[in-house]
Design a protein around this ligand. Structure first.
Ligand code: IVH
Length: 682
């Protein structure tokens, strides 16, 4: 027997979690910290595990998991899922023609008032019917052929925006219709992760949504964050007053807790439709999801009934398209671009094509693996996609159209003969890495601005005043090519630059001169070697004591440095093996840079040497950077995450998961007072 208190607690937790879910997933406005939410969720899971009889179909814990299916069961729709007529004339004429047809069917003359319409977005996802009985979600089905779809309830349950139950005041049977979609940022993130791991990517968000809804393993479906917009009703049975307009239906859907897109508008006549179409087309790129047009619906339900249907399409609705976001064109060439950080990206040079509202001549192929997986060759006919303000990409090849003289399979190293197309330095592709990179970080013109900004940054050489705009000018005017050139700048040259003047020029020269006296760690970090962050640079400085020792060390010796593995060792070896970099380092040393070479020995005697700290939360009396600086000045190491090797965690206000981890691992936790006291003593 489950006692009353436990039953009540479970019901209370469910109610709270459903409420928090709504604010988080539908309203996009969290009401409690994640950690608190997790606690409630775990408590409910535990209660349900201990007392299985407490489990309800609409419990929020039921969104995850579920068994792997053998297939999908067919579902016959109680009310057929119709499609809408599509107006492919993307000009204003599409809207004008629809309004004219509606008026004619309704027998309206020129002197009659304009018809009221609801305008909505046409979401580019997958249509779904959600069936609620006594307010509980019992079935979700795809559209199928409109008469019969497939039961995809398990997968749809994983979509957090879809309520598993509705608050009182809904019909005993209620069907809600809408679109399941994948938001563009979620789609990009998913593909980025797949790419990093060398796995296949999704062609577009629509395929992403359709693919995961048709996944037999709900756990896989849950991995792709799908979303939902409600836009209409299917079957509805008693217990609910009839609504007179479609707008009222949308409002009611929202009141039940469904996400209803806020861009819908009630407008008057053809003019209203045209304005909506233009307005949405102008903002299309800024929307976080794909749409392929807008939908116009006659607002009055009575008029909708009067208009009826023709060949399974309502006469009261139409879809008015926008320019397509995918088009077919031909690859003329494949270029390789060097990014600001040295990443080499293959780019298809295209026969110009109008796609997603602009003319496109270049499309990214992302990296070598993806180019090969899609097997894109020069001369191929390809599908190009441009959606939102994302860079256009090649999503696939139309193999049937491959000409007999198409290029050979893409091979980036061979194409470039192993050399950066911009600076001629060696290119490398590290194990487990998806991208080839130029190793000439200090020398390569493509990486120049980035390298200079990093070199001058506060945690590196700390050259105050050398920001974005100035670096831009210095590079564009060919005054600075490598960081070493900074030390050759003179007053007249600097004072002549835009927005400079003598005073600022003097200040900058002073800052540059000041940076000559630095530490070995800062200098190593300033070189901008891939995978060598501030902490690793400090470890290297401490271990090797001098730059020459570091340069002389092989990969094996480098790996003797605590926390340095093969990835870091490979990066640093590749960097130092590039003669262009060594040359710049030599020039830097020649310009009078100096540092405490034997910092290592000095550090060992400091009071907090050998101790590792992790900072979390906010300290009222100092910033995290200040705290870090203070600790390091005392010889401590400050790490980013808590592990068994952590000696102290300093927890300020609103400390999160790091604090939990510290408790879990029994690491000493200091509050601000204790932390200050410790610094005082030392
Ligand atoms: S209403 C009777 N509204 O477009 C009208 N459909 O052919 C039924 N769609 O795949 C549809 N956005 O999933 C409607 N705001 C919207 C829509 C929309 C996208 C899709 C729908 C179906 C197709 C209709």
């Amino acid at each position: 027997m489950v006692n009353v208190e436990v039953t009540r607690r479970a019901a209370h937790l469910r109610k709270q979690i459903v409420e928090y879910d709504y604010w988080y997933y539908v309203k996009d406005s969290p009401r409690i910290p994640d950690a608190e939410y997790d606690k409630l969720f775990r408590e409910l899971q535990t209660l349900e595990a201990q007392h299985p009889e407490l489990l309800t179909a609409d419990s929020p814990t039921q969104r995850v998991g579920g068994k792997v299916l053998d297939g999908f069961t067919p579902v016959r729709h109680a009310v057929p899922m119709l499609s809408i007529r599509t107006e492919t004339d993307i000009s204003d004429q599409g809207a004008i023609a629809f309004d004219a047809r509606v008026r004619k069917e309704l027998g309206l003359g020129e002197s009659d008032p304009p018809v009221k319409y609801v305008c909505e977005l046409k979401f580019d996802g997958l249509a779904i019917n959600l069936r609620y009985e006594q307010g509980v979600l019992v079935q979700a089905a795809t559209r199928g052929d409109g008469e019969t779809g497939e039961d995809v309830t398990q997968n749809v349950r994983t979509i957090h925006q879809i309520p598993l139950s509705l608050d009182g005041g809904c019909p005993s049977v209620l069907e809600v219709r809408g679109e399941v979609y994948m938001a563009r940022p979620d789609f990009e993130r998913y593909n980025e992760r797949q790419r990093e791991q060398g796995l296949p990517t999704l062609v577009n968000p629509r395929n992403g949504a359709a693919g995961s809804i048709r996944q037999l393993d709900p756990a896989l479906a849950a991995r792709r964050r799908l979303k939902f917009f409600a836009y209409g009703l299917g079957e509805k049975v008693e217990g609910w007053g009839w609504r007179e307009t479609h707008k009222e239906v949308l409002n009611q859907l929202e009141a039940w807790g469904f996400p209803v897109n806020s861009e819908n508008r009630v407008v008057l006549g053809a003019q209203g439709l045209v304005e909506f179409h233009r307005h949405i087309e102008a903002m299309r790129d800024q929307l976080p999801f794909d749409i392929d047009g807008v939908v116009y619906k006659v607002n009055s339900i009575a008029l909708q009934e009067k208009l009826g249907f023709v060949s399974r399409e309502p006469r009261w609705a139409v879809a008015h398209k926008f320019p397509a976001e995918e088009q077919i064109t031909v690859v003329r060439d494949i270029d390789i671009q060097v990014g600001r950080t040295g990443k080499l990206t293959p780019v298809a040079k295209l026969e110009p094509v109008f796609v997603g509202g602009v003319t496109v001549t270049n499309a990214t192929l992302h990296n070598e693996d993806e180019t090969r997986r899609k097997d894109v060759r020069i001369g191929d006919t390809v599908i190009v996609r441009r959606a939102g303000d994302v860079i256009p990409e090649v999503v696939g090849v139309v193999l049937e159209k491959r000409p007999s003289d198409a290029g050979e399979q893409f091979d980036l190293f061979k194409r470039l003969s192993g050399k950066c197309p911009v600076c001629g330095s060696r290119i490398v592709r590290e194990e487990g890495e998806a991208n080839w990179r130029c190793t000439g970080g200090l020398f390569c013109p493509a990486q120049r601005k980035e390298a200079l900004l990093h070199f001058a940054s506060r945690r590196a050489m700390n050259i105050e005043g050398l920001g974005d705009k100035l670096v831009e000018q210095l590079v564009e005017q060919r005054l600075v090519h490598t960081p070493a050139d900074l030390y050759r700048l003179d007053l007249t040259t600097l004072a002549d630059l835009e927005r400079m003047g003598e005073k600022s020029a003097n200040n900058l020269l002073e800052a540059i001169a000041h940076s000559k006296h630095t530490t070995l760690a800062r200098f190593i970090y300033a070189l901008g070697i891939r995978n060598v962050g501030e902490t690793t640079a400090k470890d290297f400085a401490r271990h090797f004591g001098s730059l020459d020792n570091l340069i002389a060390a092989d990969e094996a010796r480098q790996q003797q440095v605590p926390d340095v593995g093969p990835v870091v060792a490979k990066s640093i070896t590749a960097f130092l093996a590039e003669p262009h970099n060594i040359e710049v380092i030599a020039q830097l040393r020649a310009s009078g840079l100096s540092w405490a070479e034997h910092e290592g020995e000095r550090v060992e005697t400091l009071p907090l040497s050998g101790k590792t700290f992790v900072l979390t939360g906010t300290l009222p009396s100092m910033s995290r950077d200040e705290a870090k600086e203070k600790l390091e000045a005392l010889g401590a190491k400050v790490a980013g995450s808590v592990s068994k090797k952590t000696d102290y965690v300093v927890a300020g206000a609103e400390a999160g998961s790091k604090l939990d981890k510290a408790r879990e691992l029994n690491v000493t936790v200091l509050d601000e007072q204790q932390f200050l006291a410790l610094m005082e003593i030392k």
